[in-house]
Ligand binder design. Structure first.
Ligand SMILES: [Zn+2]
Ligand SMILES: [Zn+2]
Length: 263
C-alpha cells in the first residue's frame, strides 16, 4: 500500500510540479529545452542537427528529414513542449526519421506525447491538444540517397547486409554527415507535403496504480495485470500474447511460461 501511495505521489509530482522545479543544469532558465527552442526560433539548424545526434547516435539523412519536418511543424503551430502532453506528435514510422521528431518536438516515448502508428511511412503529425495539427510527409520522389549513388551502395553493404569494412563504415558515416547537412538546405516545399489537419488527440495518459505479480514479484501497471487463480500475474508469467514494438514494427509475441520459471 505504501508503495502504491508513493508511486501515486511521484506520478502527481511529475505531472504537476515540473515547472516549479529548480533547474538542474547551469542555465539561468527554468526551461530545460530553452537551448533547443532558441535555436529553432533563430533557425540555427546546424546546431540543432548536431544536438539531435546526441539522441540518435549518428548523422543520417533520414533523421535529418524528420528533424527538418519537425522544425517546420513546430514553427507552423507555434508550440513548445514541456513533455506534459500539451503537444502530441503522431509518428508513422519507427525509423531514424522519428528520432529527429522526438528531439525537436519534445514529444517522446516516455512522456506519452508520442503516438506511434505502425504505417511504415516517413510522415508525422504534430497537434495541439485542441486538435489543430499539421501533417508532414516526405514526398515519394524524394529519397535523399538519390543524390549520392555512393552512399546508396555503402548503405546496402553496411546497413542492409550488416557487412563492410571499418573503412566502409567510416566512409558511410562521413557521407551521411554531409548528406544530413545538405538536407537542411533543401527547400521544404520541395521535399515535403505539408497539410493542416484536424487531429483526434488521445486523452491525457492515465496514472494507473501498480499491482504485484504473484509469480515473479515484479510490479505491473494494473491494466496490464492478468488474473490467474484469483491472483494478479504479469503477462510474461501468464504466457499470454502481448505486443512488441521492434525494428520490424509491432508484432504479437508470446513467452513460454516455463522458460520464465527456470530463469
Ligand atoms: Zn539514422
Ligand atoms: Zn510475473
Amino acid at each position: 500500500m505504501v508503495d502504491i501511495l508513493q508511486e501515486i505521489a511521484i506520478a502527481i509530482f511529475c505531472k504537476n510540479s515540473i515547472r516549479k522545479e529548480k533547474p538542474v543544469s547551469n542555465t539561468n532558465s527554468d526551461n530545460p529545452r530553452q537551448e533547443i527552442e532558441e535555436a529553432i526560433a533563430a533557425g540555427d539548424l546546424s546546431k540543432l542537427l548536431s544536438m539531435n545526434r546526441m539522441l540518435h547516435g549518428h548523422f543520417c539523412p533520414f533523421s535529418a528529414m524528420g528533424f527538418k519536418a519537425a522544425v517546420r511543424a513546430v514553427r507552423e503551430l507555434g508550440v513548445r513542449s514541456t513533455g506534459m502532453e500539451e503537444v502530441v506528435a503522431i509518428v508513422e514510422t519507427n525509423s531514424c526519421f522519428s528520432d529527429g521528431i522526438q528531439f525537436i518536438t519534445g514529444c517522446s516515448f516516455g512522456n506519452n506525447a508520442l503516438v506511434y502508428r505502425d504505417f511504415g511511412k516517413p510522415a508525422f503529425t504534430l497537434a495541439r491538444r485542441s486538435g489543430d495539427g499539421v501533417r508532414i510527409s516526405v514526398r515519394a520522389d524524394r529519397v535523399s540517397e538519390e543524390r549520392s549513388p555512393e552512399a546508396t551502395q555503402l548503405f546496402e553493404k553496411v546497413v542492409i547486409e550488416r557487412g563492410g569494412s571499418q573503412d566502409d563504415k567510416k566512409h558511410l558515416s562521413e557521407l551521411w554527415a554531409k548528406l544530413s547537412f545538405r538536407v537542411l538546405e533543401l527547400p521544404e516545399e520541395e521535399v515535403f507535403d505539408i497539410k493542416k489537419v484536424a487531429v483526434d488527440v488521445p486523452a491525457y495518459a492515465r496514472i494507473f496504480r501498480s499491482v504485484k505479480c504473484s509469480v515473479c514479484g515484479e510490479n505491473i501497471m494494473e491494466p496490464r495485470a492478468r488474473i490467474k487463480d484469483g491472483k494478479a500475474i504479469c503477462i510474461p508469467c501468464s504466457g499470454q500474447e502481448y505486443y512488441q514494438l521492434a525494428g520490424d514494427g509491432i508484432s504479437i509475441k508470446q513467452e513460454e511460461p516455463d522458460e520464465k520459471k527456470s530463469a
